[in-house]
Write a protein that binds this ligand. Structure first.
Ligand code: ATP
Ligand code: ZN
Length: 742
């Protein structure tokens, strides 16, 4: 626990000079010392505005430590710069400071970089601008116009309105209102600040729970009441009502006056979720993700720090909000890869949520129908309490996946929908149901090839093929965003009209489905289409409302959606994710396909799901077809244990990159050569990364492996401390518990 002594007590400085350590959100290991001027009182945890070089920035008054990494270098107190002012927000609590330190230690990043995640909102945005309104006085104008009369008439009721509302109601321009203020006919008054969020009512509308739901809810509620750290896995089949169940825990946290954080992997999902929350609690929770305006984020930040905001629903970054009294954390779709941040500070929000819950003495529940192997192992070992919901709320069955063996009953060349799947789709739509075609490939075709010379079009700065996007008429790189119009001749041999698209993306599948079923209403659902989140939300709504017959989607459709009319799912290429030598390929494929199938048959109609594959005998396909989840987990856990893979071993990856391949490789080799020797760690590599070139940077990977209980973070820290520095544009990224091996 961080100390809570007054920040300026122990000191290397004369007693009349008050000095504090301030951690700044920059990539420097230690805090900086600042002088505290007369008239300002600061304590550990306070957020302050300080000068750094020519800039001013927010920092946090940091506790003194014995740890030389965090302690500032002694400076002559006369030369110290003063703190400029205290920032108007509640101080970071000891548990939050402990959390920041924990993550910095674990991920081997400077604490300032972690603090940056916690302070990442525009400073000015946090200061809620004073809202003013206008009200009628006793005076009447000397100059009377019909516009002025209309304003007076509108305000005769004596109520305060904002200037713009007054102008709108009267049907005049705002300048008319301003004129009346100048003449004293209207007076301005300060309005109370808008609340950051309205208070949810725990008893607004309580659903009847099924017995299994009720039992799980009771356990969660008891944990929230106990106010102690307790981790759970809510393990419920798709459509079992996990949300309704954990809402009971949220209700209890609200009654206890404690705050709740609900993490979600995908902001596109939040809209339907927010509505559901509102039906249960009367109001929406506060939102926190990249699509929320900076101004709004500033308000939520303060409301969370003051305790006014009771429930936050957000993306992984919400984990770093300064909750005043956090009692409950829910990690929805906990298996989702979006929880792993892969740049800057490499952290896994699911794992860090458990850490935060421990430091806050809070309840935490990880929620999934397809838990990650890590979480499943933790549940099997009793480290997490499993709450099982084995049945769907609607009483329908979770659909089994029926295999379509592409070797025997595949579609004709140049097509991707097998005849049997096409027939089933037709039947479903005739019966008034919806069908979903799932293909995890954006765009029209993943590869463009020259028929004359065999040239394949690559990104100029990445080692990846350019993907044709026919709606946008261009070729795009999915690594770096590079885009170029589709050329009319081969860039290599200059043969005109020789380029042909190879393989399908969702756009091409759309074309095929439209030909097969010209009457059907089609909708492509992909994260990259123009219109952004707004459009996506509208499309999801249209699907929910039954305005679409066939949905063609990427992995976006696999995530937690509840489409009542969806009766049939067709997986176009079940093999896409397998066979890259990635240790998590089997797990990812199982989760994704099981989740996609789980979208079908959630209400009255029983669902069916088909799986097009060239390898029906693959264990993952077999488990999906048998509907045998445990068989998959048993086998996969066995494989991991035998091969010393996580969670039975620990990994740390180092990614060395630079614009000069030789320099990057040489640095990677130098790092390997200076890795501290211990029998407990094996360092593998360097090897060229599978994604060898990204945005013009050549990449090499090193992998360190240790036993599960070994402190691999400390090892990497010691390693880096003794390693040659990366010079020029070389960069070394540290990824503890890597999820991706690209
Ligand atoms: N006790 C309940 N009372 C009323 N409706 C319920 C209840 N439990 C679940 N439902 C409804 O059943 C449907 C499925 O529930 P929900 O979406 O929470 O499932 P889920 O377990 O989160 O599924 P997935 O893992 O597929 O996202 C929803 O429409 C939900 O409102
Ligand atoms: Zn690129």
């Amino acid at each position: 626990m961080p100390d809570t002594r007054p920040a300026d007590s122990p000191s290397l400085f004369p007693s009349h000079v008050r000095v504090v350590d301030v951690l700044l959100p920059v990539a420097v290991g230690s805090a900086y010392s600042y002088r505290v001027p007369e008239g300002i009182e600061v304590a550990v945890g306070d957020i302050v505005v300080v000068p750094l070089g020519t800039r001013h920035m927010l920092g946090c008054v940091w506790p003194r430590t014995e740890d030389p990494r965090e302690s500032p270098k002694p400076v002559d107190p006369a030369r110290l710069k003063p703190i400029q002012r205290k920032y108007d927000v509640a101080p970071l609590r000891p548990a939050m400071i402990a959390f920041i330190r924990w993550i910095a230690d674990y991920t081997v990043t400077p604490p300032g970089m972690v603090l940056r995640l916690a302070l990442r909102h525009d400073e000015s945005a946090g200061i809620a601008r004073e809202r003013t309104g206008v009200r009628l006085t006793e005076r009447r104008p000397e100059r009377r116009t019909s516009a002025r009369e209309r304003v007076i008439a509108a305000l005769l009721d004596g109520f305060v309105r904002s200037k713009s509302d007054a102008a709108r109601e009267a049907g005049v321009s705002p300048s008319v209102v301003d004129g009346l203020v100048d003449d004293g006919v209207l007076e301005t008054v300060v309005l109370p600040p808008e609340p950051a969020a309205e208070a949810p009512d725990p008893d607004h509308s309580r659903p009847e729970l099924l017995p299994a739901q009720a039992e799980a809810a009771t356990r969660l509620v008891a944990a929230v009441k106990a106010r102690a750290f307790q981790p759970f896995l809510i393990d419920g089949v798709t459509g079992s009502g996990k949300t309704e169940t954990y809402f009971e825990a949220v209700a209890e946290a609200i009654r206890q006056g404690r705050q709740t954080l609900i993490l979600m992997p995908e902001i596109a999902l939040t809209q339907a979720f927010l509505d559901r929350f509102a039906r249960r609690f009367g109001v929406r929770p506060a939102e926190w993700h990249s699509a929320v305006s900076t101004k709004r984020r500033g308000r939520v930040f303060k409301g969370v720090a003051s305790g006014e905001v009771r429930v936050v629903a957000g993306a992984r970054s919400a984990l770093f909000l300064p909750f005043a009294d956090l009692g409950l954390i829910l990690v929805d779709e906990e298996h989702d890869n979006a929880y792993k941040q892969e740049d800057g500070v490499h952290y896994h929000a699911r794992d860090m949520a458990v850490v935060r819950a421990r430091l806050e003495a809070a309840t935490v529940a990880l929620v999934s129908a397809t838990p990650s192997i890590e979480t499943e192992v933790n549940a099997r070992r009793g480290r997490y309490t499993r709450l099982a919901l084995p049945e769907r709320f609607a009483g329908t069955k979770v659909p089994r996946l029926e295999p379509i063996d592409l070797r025997r009953e595949g579609p004709p060349r140049g097509q991707w929908i097998a005849p049997r799947l096409a027939q089933e789709m037709e039947r479903t739509i005739e019966a008034g149901g919806q069908a979903l075609l799932f293909l995890n490939r954006r765009g029209y075709a993943p590869l463009t090839l020259c028929r004359a010379c065999g040239h394949r079009i690559k990104c100029p700065s990445c080692s990846s093929w350019l993907v044709e996007h026919r709606f946008r008429r261009r070729l795009e790189c999915h690594q770096c965003g590079y885009a170029t119009p589709v050329p009319t001749e081969c860039p290599n041999c200059h043969e005109p009209n020789s380029l042909i698209p190879c393989g399908p993306g969702v756009e091409r599948l759309h074309e095929e489905a439209a030909k097969l079923m010209p009457e059907a209403r089609l909708q492509v659902l992909s994260s990259d289409l123009a219109g952004g989140v707004e459009r996506l939300r509208a499309e999801l709504k249209a699907i929910e409302d039954g305005e679409v017959d066939i949905i063609i989607g990427t992995q976006l459709v696999a995530k937690g959606h509840n489409f009542p009319g969806l009766a049939l799912v067709g997986v176009i290429d079940a093999d896409v994710g397998l066979g890259h030598g990635d240790p998590r390929a089997a797990e990812r494929t199982f989760q994704l396909l099981h989740q996609v199938a789980g979208r079908a048959g959630r209400h009255e109609m029983e669902g069916r799901a088909f799986l097009q594959t060239y390898m029906p005998e693959h264990p993952v396909m077999q488990a999906l077809v048998a509907g045998d989840r445990d068989a998959f987990y048993d086998r996969e856990i066995g494989v991991r244990e035998e091969a010393h893979l996580p969670p039975f071993a620990r990994f740390a990856a180092l990614i060395v990159s630079g614009t000069d391949p030789h320099a990057a490789q040489a640095h990677a080799r130098a790092l390997a050569a200076c890795s501290p020797f211990t029998g407990e760690v094996r360092v593998l590599g360097p090897a060229e990364a599978p994604l060898a070139l990204v945005r013009g940077r050549h990449r090499y990977r090193l992998l360190a492996r240790s036993a599960r209980l070994f402190d691999l973070s400390a090892y990497v820290r010691a390693w880096m401390a003794g390693a040659p520095r990366a010079t020029g544009n070389l960069r070394v990224e540290i990824d503890i518990d890597p999820q991706s091996f690209l």
